[in-house]
Design a protein around this ligand. Structure first.
Ligand code: ARG
Length: 626
């Protein structure tokens, strides 16, 4: 174990148990010091302990300072170590830092295989058939893939699921329209594009009347925008198109070959664009992740029957609902979900199933068949109520109870805000249309290529292309991941592409700078003796770099615990800053002695690997030079 926080916590815990047995087990509350002049770490335990044992916190701190044994780890504590109301400041010994760094200097960079290896399903992407992908579709794959990579990096088993919106009446409408046009020879199925489908989708929708009753139900049950959109499309008016769409749906459900072939074509055209976008962005989401709504279609009716048979779903004005306002209690008496007053609608009065029905079914498959201990949904913040509703219903139904642990899977919403233009309004083209995601990516890559050309004219051909791609991906993904995800963020090519400030290109560049130190070292004939040299940890800038490096495993774990990638971004940005100060203050190749040079080279190497590894967790590839 390399983490100084944990090492210090162990020593302090022992001291607390011995000195204040009445508060045995109390958390020593070790945190990094805010400013390095005061110390490296501090214990904030005395204040809470004082309350518990009825003593002045400074007295408690003095007793702890006497009792704690930090031999080999930190400088001895004295009364001067106590500050303010009872903070205890701790300074690590360089030798202890060196040991901790050596322990971290493995392939795993201090991230150990977890004792409780979990299966985590990450729900990402979730595009809808026949709809063009625009900038709004950027966030789910980028955030979802980063979270998936985080769990993978920590050693958990990850299953990505692309919950494609590929079923239901809206899809039948567009299928019917395309089948019609193909039959009349207006379009050819072979040369169909997603733009054609998008247009057909909109026309098909407009051909049908709105379902007033359905819309009222949506309002009554407080369902989210997806359900609203769905119901806006699921019309009840007996228009010709509507009737035809209904018939198409029936044929689709029966896998009628002619209709199914058209649907399959729509599916393939949509998925090609979707998976191409993923590949271009280095988002690890392939056809293997596809588990669309259609894959649940046959399971819905029997599932709802099961819910009714067990009294989980109950009739309400002709529809079937699951009430989730009074949570069931676990064996230990704790409520199994937060109460939600709006019930979860699982079957409409016309017999149709809903978005939520499919999502309950997906929880069942993910937990019961795939073995998920945890399901993470990378979905728009506006769908929060929907997620809480179906999660509660799935828990109530017992579907979310893990077959091995007997406990409900953790169902978490990694909610995100919107992508705004620089005017603070939804990101649009000048003429007010939404921007195709493929165009946006192409433009970012083109601008990245320009920037790389200007900065490094010596790069050419494949090298230049690879660097431009890495810079473009870094700009786009880091821009998306580095702000608190629930907030909206402003998209601006120039800002995201900047090589200065908290941006992806800046971090890539920080990594490249480190790599160039090693190229220069090789040119100057410095051998690789540094690999076995003791880390340089004596000067303040060296120590700060060492301390920053040691925080890496905690930073990755922090993302898994909070589902907040911006924490890792902030860590990497801080690390790059600390490295840059180190590099300014501590000559590496021009160090005073070969031993000092080697100790610093070893620090540089670890810093480079941590940066690359962290960028890898964010889903950003690195390059050796740029
Ligand atoms: N297709 C949905 C939409 O467009 C997103 C799917 C998200 N995943 C899920 N399991 N509901 O809003």
């Amino acid at each position: 174990m390399a983490d100084p926080v944990q090492l210090l916590a162990e020593r302090f815990r022992a001291a607390i148990d011995r000195t204040f047995p009445q508060a045995a087990g109390a958390d020593p509350l070790i945190t990094p010091c805010k400013s390095p002049e005061i110390g490296d770490f501090q214990s904030n335990a005395a204040m809470g302990l004082g309350k518990r044992v009825g003593k002045n916190p400074r007295e408690v701190a003095a007793a702890l300072v006497q009792a704690v044994d930090l031999a080999g780890l930190a400088e001895p504590l004295t009364d001067k170590s106590i500050a303010g109301p009872g903070f205890i400041n701790i300074r690590l010994r360089p030798a202890a830092l060196r040991d901790a760094l050596s322990a971290m200097d493995t392939a795993g960079l201090g991230i150990e295989t977890p004792a409780d290896r979990r299966t985590v399903v990450v729900d990402l992407m979730g595009v809808n058939l026949a709809k063009q992908m625009h900038v709004g579709h950027l966030r789910s794959p980028v955030i979802g893939d980063c979270l998936a990579r985080t769990f993978e990096r920590l050693g958990h088993a990850v299953i990505r699921q692309n919950h494609v919106g590929d079923w239901g009446l809206p899809i039948a409408m567009v299928t019917r329209r395309i089948a019609d046009q193909a039959a009349r020879g207006v379009i050819s199925l072979d040369s169909l594009t997603l733009d054609d489908l998008d247009a057909a989708y909109k026309t098909a929708q407009a051909e049908c009347e709105r379902d007033i009753a359905g819309l009222e139900a949506v309002k009554r049950y407080g369902l989210g925008p997806k359900a609203l959109a769905e119901l806006e499309e699921q019309v009840n008016g007996a228009t010709e198109s509507f009737t035809a769409a209904r018939q198409t749906l029936v044929k689709l459900q029966a896998k009628d070959p002619a209709v199914y072939r058209v649907w399959q074509r729509i599916y393939d055209v949509t998925m090609k664009v979707c998976l191409d976008v993923c590949a271009a962005l280095h988002v690890n989401c392939t056809a293997e992740a596809n588990a669309g709504e259609s894959s649940y279609a046959d399971e819905l009716a029997p599932m709802v029957d099961d819910l009714v048979a067990r009294g989980v779903a109950v009739p309400d004005q002709g529809a079937l609902i699951v009430r989730v306002d009074a949570p069931d209690k676990a064996a230990d008496g704790t409520p199994m979900w937060e109460p939600i007053k709006e019930p979860c609608l699982v079957r409409k009065s016309d017999g149709g199933f809903l978005y939520a029905t499919t999502d309950i079914c997906a929880v069942r498959r993910r937990v019961q068949k795939l073995g998920a201990h945890e399901i993470v949904y990378a979905i728009d913040a506006r769908q929060n109520l929907h997620i809480r509703q179906f999660a509660a219903a799935a828990i109530k139904a017992g579907y979310a109870i893990h077959p091995k642990t007997g406990r409900p899977a953790r169902i978490a919403h990694a909610a995100f805000g919107a992508v705004l233009g620089e005017d603070g309004r939804p990101f649009k083209t000048r003429s007010g249309e939404s921007v195709k995601l493929a165009d946006l990516i192409a433009e970012m890559f083109a601008r990245a290529a320009n920037a790389v050309q200007t900065r490094s004219p010596e790069l050419a051909g494949d090298d230049a292309r690879r660097v431009a791609e890495a810079v473009g991906i870094a700009a786009l993904k880091y821009g998306d991941l580095s702000t608190d995800r629930v907030k909206d963020y402003m998209f601006g090519f120039d800002r995201l592409l900047s090589f200065e400030g908290n941006t992806g290109p800046y971090l890539l560049y920080a990594f490249v700078r480190i790599r160039s130190i090693f190229r220069k070292a090789a040119e100057r004939g410095v051998g690789d003796g540094w690999k076995a040299a003791p880390f340089a940890c004596d000067l303040p800038a060296e120590k700060n770099l060492a301390l920053a490096l040691l925080r890496y495993p905690g930073a990755v774990r922090g993302v898994a615990d909070t589902l907040e990638p911006h924490r890792l971004c902030q860590y990497l940005y801080d690390l790059a800053g600390v490295f840059s100060t180190f590099f300014d203050q501590c000559p590496v190749l021009a160090a005073e002695t070969p031993a000092q040079r080697d100790g610093r080279l070893r620090l540089c190497d670890l810093a480079g690997r941590v940066l690359a590894d962290g960028l890898g967790v964010l889903g950003i590839p690195t390059v050796e030079r740029m």
